[in-house]
Design a protein around this ligand. Structure first.
Ligand SMILES: N[C@@H](CCC(=O)N[C@@H](CS)C(=O)NCC(=O)O)C(=O)O
Length: 225
């Protein structure tokens, strides 16, 4: 059986969990937080998520894990057969990671510490998000799925990226980023309606109290040091 290492409050973890559930693969969850010794054994940078396969192969990086799962378990495919269409799916995923996820993440420490981000940081984040908005407006089809008529890995990936945009960028910048992409909110609501997304969300909510305790302890330790 596959082991999924990490914690369900992580959107990256949930990308892989959603993929495993979609493909109906049997897996067990091993609750572990970032940078722990246990995680370092399976993830070279000590980040969540990582997986261990039944034959003992360890792998980290959410999009790489998803590619591996697709290649190893091609049943219930999440990438189109056509190479150009497959590349477009990956392009949407990459752009959402670089221009939506990563800038939004820069604001997480301010949200967790209850402070307002400096204007210079907000400006930088706004600029990167603006490029993401332009690119995703050009690439996303929402017909009905993000890359066309097939539900693909990009639907899973962007859905969980958007949770970070909404929770951190939109709140800190007072900017409804997703509303800048016509069709995005309706598509988001459609993915949220799926039983798989609901199951993943249950896991996230169950983990949140413990995760917040973990974050609070980390902030205290950092302030003490
Ligand atoms: N590029 C990585 C990012 C993973 C990541 O940032 N994970 C966060 C949790 S959402 C983490 O492990 N943070 C703990 C740490 O940085 O020590 C991926 O796609 O898997």
């Amino acid at each position: 059986m596959i082991t999924l290492h990490g914690f369900a409050a992580s959107n990256y973890y949930n990308i892989v969990k959603h993929t495993l559930l979609f493909k109906e693969l049997s897996f067990q969850e091993n609750l572990v937080y970032g940078s722990s010794d246990e995680l370092m054994k399976v993830s070279p940078v000590g980040k969540v998520p990582a997986i261990t396969t039944p034959d003992g192969f360890n792998l980290s990086e959410s999009s790489v894990i998803c590619d591996f799962l697709e290649e190893t378990y091609p049943e219930k495919p999440l990438y189109p057969k056509n190479a150009a269409e497959r590349a477009t799916v990956r392009q949407i995923m990459k752009i959402s990671e670089l221009y939506f996820e990563l800038p939004s993440r820069r604001l997480i420490p301010y949200v967790f510490s209850g402070t307002d981000a400096p204007e210079s940081v907000k400006d930088e984040v706004r600029q990167v998000l603006s490029r993401g908005i332009i690119a995703l407006n050009r690439l996303c089809q929402f017909s009905p799925w993000i890359a066309g008529d097939e539900f693909t890995m990009a639907d899973i990936y962007v859905y969980y990226v958007n949770t970070i945009v909404s929770a951190f960028a939109s709140t800190q910048l007072n900017w409804d980023v997703l509303a800048e992409i016509p069709g995005m909110k309706e598509w988001n609501a459609a993915v949220k309606e799926s039983n798989t997304a609901k199951q993943v969300e249950e896991g996230r909510l169950a983990n949140m109290p413990e995760f917040m305790q973990h974050v609070t302890a980390q902030i205290k330790a950092a302030n003490a040091g």
